[in-house]
Design a protein around this ligand. Structure first.
Ligand code: 26W
Length: 818
């Protein structure tokens, strides 16, 4: 590992401030200092970045291309510094320049090129791929505007554009030499190929854009490896010149310019909801076509037989969003390399693999034929042919069961079903937690599992301990290292060695004192951002994640309303003070989700200002939840709320970040919670609610009636009534829709999220939490055991499994010789 020279680094920072801004360090503002420091850090890693790619070429290693619409990277500077193990040297250098590293890190906007779980998982995976020394590209889109900024005004969410590139991105390198053309629209005609004498399909009268890549470094931990996140931007093809005026192509030139301008403009802020917008399909084909074209070109620079591309290249499809990749690869093989269909299909099968991240039916991607064939005429033809052959396979396998075709065809009911295409075309289909994979095999994708069981496998998600402990929680990271050494940083299994210290009173005290310090840090953040005073001695009970009905933030806030009623009824009741902390963005068009945000803020207003309860309950809604403030929030949590309706949360990854930071899970047996409980022991978690089997049974038999609960449970009835009687809003209709959804559900189906059904069991679990927390030694042990037992949930473990079982990659060692 190359050493960082403090003096050199200092003078680089000074030089950058000078050449970039014509200023001295004293004159420059914080943002300018950040830019200068970031450039100096980039200079330092560029040799490693080059050495990494040189090594890959020399060894001719297989490469995974992780295709994803989203990479929720967060801030880069702090993470790069810790992965370089440059913390101490850079911190000192910066202090000697009279600056403060924390302030500098705070200047960097989050790279919020993602919505939530799926995008953050992609970011953790890149960190692990580099740290483990696997050759990988992340391939995505350079959105001009990332995930919107959330501002809360009068309790309502307002969305503001996230202009993250305003000051430029010091870490990126534009690579115009690797630009490729991507074609949309027009029609397909058949031409005779002069060389082969065969028919050729050519797209004509299309519009095209130039896909231009920007590379971002992904630095491995202390190992010289720097992989690349390649995000594509669209530029107009240069037809807007005098020529086009002459040819009367003026109209087309303008249209192409507009196309280029719009494609990468903004990230769609929908999490788990398919909107079916034409621009979204354009985004998908745009980055997929560019990535696949480049991967094929790169492969062919060093090899002569395209038929063996699967030996060196694997495309991992992060959900169905990049599934057009299979058709794009077929197009390149058949149309450009003149490979016969059957052979092209086998090559494609061996090159593509698909990960499923959700079973929510509203998230399943289905595109109307009309739109699809108009936008991607040649790709559509290819998918039609894939479908024709796949339907024959289905009929051959199940000659008497017409239902199979109906349920499994790729094109059906006037729609292209992207999941069916991904499963038919790839060699691997994986779920993201054991329970989720079982549900895929036995329910959602049962027909596919029956026909192709060998494709199905599980890869339980993970998170990077380097960002979420080493960077986010330095006090706890130091404590762990002091106790057990620093092997946990690259092999989280070692953190189990902490277990023995859970019986040592001194260690427990130290651990809880660190938690306290982190709570003080979060309390300060809340004071600064919300103006609310919270007590760091209270239980910090936290639910941070996207807002979605299935995640049941509503259950949490209804329970707060219930507790508040209890306290009002019995002011002298023994009650351990609690701070309920929420953070969540709602998709801009998701009205009920926005209404739940308003409810949380309205309850906060009433409860926080009621002197009679003596500050025993506080409710805080943290504005603009994102990767950078998440790091502070996880570190400070006592209770991790993971309360989704069982079967609905594919895995969850926030649950793992809380566990790592010593918070205890309060959750349902859903997603990866099941495996968390298995690791830590059910006595060290608070589990409640319907099981996924019970939920699925209710869904089938329709025997759930929330009105029965409303009629028989007075406490629940009181809470529900308060939604519409003016307790929390003078506008009696403000929360009417929430009230109705709980009692009458939607479209004739009772509340699909079983909120009232699980309410009592949740409230009881919450009582167990309070009782456990009151026993300080017991709680400290539980909390510490959560940290100790989280080894399985490192994304390093997950990536090892992908690398060994799906991608078949070999590890690379990189030497820097300069
Ligand atoms: C087409 C609209 C759309 C947008 C986003 C559909 C689906 C999505 C994502 C797949 C939703 C998502 O982020 N899923 C989450 O993926 C995480 C990583 O695997 C899991 O931990 C979460 O449980 C899952 O909800």
């Amino acid at each position: 590992m190359k050493e960082l020279n403090k003096e050199e680094f200092k003078s680089e920072v000074e030089d950058y401030v000078k050449v970039l801004f014509r200023k001295s360090i004293k004159e420059a503002d914080d943002q300018q200092i950040f830019q200068a420091v970031a450039y100096a850090v980039k200079d330092f890693i560029v040799d490693q970045w080059m050495a990494t790619h040189r090594t890959y070429e020399e060894k001719d290693v297989k490469t995974v291309y992780y295709l994803s619409m989203e990479f929720l990277m967060g801030r880069a500077l702090g993470n790069i510094i810790i992965n370089l193990k440059g913390n101490q040297a850079i911190k000192e250098a910066i202090e000697e320049l009279g600056l403060n590293l924390d302030v500098i890190e705070d200047q960097e906007p989050d790279a919020a090129l993602g919505n939530g779980g799926l995008g953050r998982l992609a970011a953790c995976f890149l960190d692990s791929l580099s740290t483990l020394g696997y050759a990988a590209y992340g391939c995505g889109i350079r959105y001009k505007y990332g995930m919107f900024k959330q501002v809360i005004e009068n309790g309502y969410q307002i969305e503001k554009p996230d202009d993250w590139l305003k000051y430029g991105n010091p870490f990126e390198i534009k690579r115009p030499e690797y630009a490729v053309e991507v074609k949309f629209g027009g029609y397909v005609s058949i031409k005779k190929d002069e060389e082969t004498g065969r028919n050729k399909f050519v797209q004509e009268n299309y519009q095209s854009v130039l896909a231009v890549p920007y590379d971002l470094p992904v630095v491995g931990y202390n190992n010289n490896v720097v992989n690349t996140l390649r995000i594509w931007d669209a530029e107009a093809i240069d037809t807007f010149n005098l020529d086009s005026f002459d040819k009367g192509d003026y109209q087309k030139a303008v249209e192409q310019q507009n196309l280029a301008r719009t494609i990468c403009e903004v990230l769609y802020p929908n999490d788990n909801h398919m909107a079916g917008k034409e621009l979204r399909l354009k985004q998908q084909y745009f980055f997929v076509s560019a990535s696949v074209q480049r991967a094929v070109m790169k492969y062919m620079e060093k090899h002569d037989d395209i038929r063996k591309i699967h030996e060196k290249v694997c495309f991992q499809l992060n959900d169905t969003h990049p599934t057009v990749a299979v058709a794009e690869l077929m197009r390149i093989l058949v149309d450009e390399y003149n490979i016969e269909w059957d052979e092209a299909w086998h090559i494609t099968n061996k090159t593509c693999a698909y990960t499923n991240h959700t079973i929510m039916s509203e998230a399943l991607e289905k595109w109307p034929l009309e739109l699809f064939s108009r936008l991607l005429p040649r790709i559509y033809q290819i998918i039609e042919e894939i479908n024709r052959r796949f339907v024959l396979d289905i009929q051959r396998a199940y000659p008497d069961d017409y239902g199979k075709v109906e349920r499994m065809a790729i094109i059906y009911d006037g729609q292209v079903k992207m999941a069916h295409l991904a499963i038919a075309a790839g060699f691997s289909v994986n779920g993201v937690a054991r329970l989720h994979t079982e549900i895929l095999k036995n329910q959602e994708l049962k027909d596919f599992y029956q026909m192709m069981p060998e494709k199905f496998n599980n890869k339980t998600n993970g998170i990077t301990q380097r960002r979420f402990l080493l960077h986010g929680n330095p006090l706890l990271a130091d404590f762990v290292t002091k106790k057990i050494g620093d092997d946990w940083i690259t092999d989280l299994k070692h953190i189990d060695e902490l277990s023995v210290y859970t019986d040592d009173e001194m260690s427990r005290k130290e651990f809880m004192n660190i938690k306290y310090q982190n709570k003080v840090r979060l309390a300060k953040y809340i004071k600064e951002h919300n103006g609310i005073e919270v007590n760091p001695r209270s239980i910090f009970d936290v639910q941070v994640k996207r807002l979605h009905e299935y995640k049941r933030q509503l259950l949490n806030i209804l329970h707060v309303m219930y507790l508040y009623n209890e306290l009002k009824k019995n002011p002298d009741k023994e009650f351990y003070p609690r701070t309920f902390i929420f953070g969540a963005k709602a998709s801009a068009g998701y009205h009920r989700a926005k209404s739940i945000i308003k409810l949380i803020n309205s309850v906060a207003d009433v409860v926080n200002n009621d002197k009679s309860i003596d500050g025993k309950i506080k409710v805080v809604f943290i504005e603009n939840y994102r990767v950078s403030n998440a790091e502070i929030i996880f570190a400070a949590a006592d209770v991790s709320e993971q309360i989704s309706t069982a079967s609905k949360e594919a895995s969850g990854t926030g649950n793992m970040k809380f566990m790592l930071n010593g918070a205890v899970t309060l959750g349902t047996m859903d997603g990866a919670n099941v495996e968390i409980v298995e690791e830590v022991g059910k006595e060290n978690a608070f589990i409640f609610g319907l099981s996924s089997d019970e939920v699925i049974a209710y869904e089938h038999n329709g025997q759930y009636n929330p009105r029965d609960i409303y009629n028989t449970d007075g406490d629940i009835r009181a809470v529900l009534t308060q939604l519409v009687d003016g307790t929390y809003s003078s506008n009696l209709d403000e929360f009417r829709d929430i009230y109705n959804s709980l009692l009458d559900g939607q479209g004739g189906r009772p509340d699909m999220y079983f909120i009232l059904k699980d309410f009592r069991s949740y409230a009881e679990a919450q009582e167990r939490v309070s009782a456990a927390y009151a026993d300080t030694a017991k709680w400290a042990k539980m909390a510490m055991l959560n940290t100790a037992k989280c080894g399985k949930f490192s994304s390093d473990r997950t990536i090892e499994e992908y690398a060994q079982e799906i991608w078949h990659l070999e590890k690379v060692k990189v030497e820097v010789t300069t």
